[in-house]
Write a protein that binds this ligand. Structure first.
Ligand SMILES: Cc1ncc(COP(=O)(O)O)c(C=O)c1O
Length: 426
């Protein structure tokens, strides 16, 4: 059965990776902000492991966007309806009384569905009984995998720019981060730099492909190079494959786990969020060899017990979608990529055309602003469009000061409205 994604077709409208609603300060009644301020100096109640956490710039920009009624191309979640067949499957599961705790590591039929999909798409034989942990989204999958495998003092390699959660994840583990640069315009890495980043202290490398924020889809040759370094240095490769099905221009996603020698040392993290346009469901999975899965399941159990039971049941329906569903996803997002890059280029932005995922990195140097944050503030206040300052994705603000990221997981009319505002403002 061909299930089509309910991305509305070319007429189709707006808000970031996480919405501002749910923010204790932004959403609280007037007055509670002063309550928050009154209690903000109590450092004895702030654990050392969170001391260096900083508030996401994305949130600050989202609040500003709400204040100025800006079209929000900052946060990476759809503003269009989730697929009807999935909403129905979730409603059916609740009505059928799948409402109590699931088995901690996942509803068996959902784990079976996950194993079937990896067999069908990548010819991977995954044992649903011993190699799959169902988790609350990739976010939990990544932190559970790291907590289960990394000790304090271990080194973990991360490509920069990076998805902003990896840094606090590593801080929570007490691990140190070794950064390897992805260089524009292609966002490729220097092989010698990567080789030098590996040492006897390297426990793992985190690889996000297709990549947020750059849109890079790592090639098979690059993945083989990374895999060989992992094998040589007895390290794990923890992969965030959440944009697996969102690829363009004939680019192909290659899971590291499929590379010879990596079956036992790849930890594959993925979720329903992006592929099925249900970022609020919080259902994901981690595939790993049985010994690794054993540790990951224990961490997962104590962190969250389990992911929502009825939504795991709906996940069985989702993962049964045929290839037409995934083809449609890439085609639809490809059209939206075009819409947004056309709008950005017409307004004078230099765009790095993404090969996967649903973000466009842009260079804003020529606009002459002091930095990316100043630029985005101006963008929100004067053009009425919100985006993410590039420095959010770098270890040091100056590295990202010439970049701004826009997302296009929005209705076409949202993207058209943003383009029109940009055209008028620049
Ligand atoms: C690279 C990457 N990993 C993970 C996530 C979060 O995924 P999930 O909703 O499955 O927790 C995002 C969300 O934007 C992302 O871009």
């Amino acid at each position: 059965m061909s299930q089509s994604l309910s991305l509305p077709r070319p007429s189709a409208q707006a808000a970031s990776e996480r919405p501002v609603s749910g923010d204790p300060i932004a959403d609280s009644p007037r007055g509670s902000e002063s309550v928050v301020r009154a209690y903000s100096g109590r450092s004895q109640f702030r654990s050392a492991r969170t001391a260096e956490f900083t508030e996401s710039v994305i949130r600050e920009m989202s609040r500003l966007a709400m204040k100025h009624n800006a079209v929000n191309l900052a946060q990476g979640f759809p503003d269009f309806p989730a697929p009807a067949f999935l909403k129905q499957a979730a409603a059916d599961a609740i009505a059928a009384e799948f409402n109590q705790y699931p088995i901690t590591w996942g509803v068996p039929a959902f784990r079976d569905a996950i194993a079937r999909k990896y067999k069908a798409v990548y010819d991977l034989d995954i044992d649903p009984a011993r190699e799959i942990t169902v988790v609350c989204g990739s976010t939990e999958g990544m932190i559970a995998s790291l907590l289960a495998t990394v000790n304090e003092g271990d080194e973990v390699i991360v490509f920069e720019p990076y998805y902003e959660n990896y840094h606090p994840d590593l801080q929570l583990c007490g691990a140190s981060r070794k950064l390897v640069t992805l260089t524009p315009p292609d966002w490729t890495f220097d092989r010698e730099e990567l080789r030098r980043a590996f040492s006897s202290k390297t426990k793992a490398i985190i690889l996000n492909t297709p990549n947020n924020p750059t849109g890079r889809v790592f090639t098979r040759a690059e993945i083989e190079f990374i895999a060989n370094l992992c094998i040589e240095h007895d390290a794990l490769c923890i992969t965030d494959e959440i944009y697996e099905h969102i690829v363009y221009d004939g680019n192909v996603h290659v899971p590291v786990m499929t590379i010879p020698g990596m079956r036992q040392r790849a930890v594959l993290v993925n979720s329903m969020s992006k592929t099925y346009s249900v970022t609020g469901w919080r259902v994901g999975w981690v595939l790993a060899a049985p010994d690794l899965t054993d540790s990951i399941r224990k961490v997962h159990d104590f962190l969250t017990v389990g992911a929502a039971t009825p939504l795991q049941h709906a996940g069985i329906t989702a993962l049964a979608a045929d290839s037409a569903f995934y083809d449609h996803l890439s085609i639809e997002y490809g059209a939206r990529r075009q819409l947004l890059t056309d709008g950005l280029e017409a307004a004078g932005f230099e765009c790095f055309r993404p090969r996967g995922a649903y973000y466009v990195m842009t260079n804003i140097e020529k606009f002459g602003f002091a930095n990316d944050v100043e630029f985005v503030r101006h963008l929100i206040e004067h053009a009425g469009v919100a985006a993410v300052p590039g420095s959010s994705f770098f270890s040091r603000p100056e590295l990202g000061k010439n970049y701004v990221r826009f997302c296009f997981c929005k209705k076409p009319e949202t993207l058209a409205a943003a383009s029109e505002r940009l055209r008028k403002a620049f």
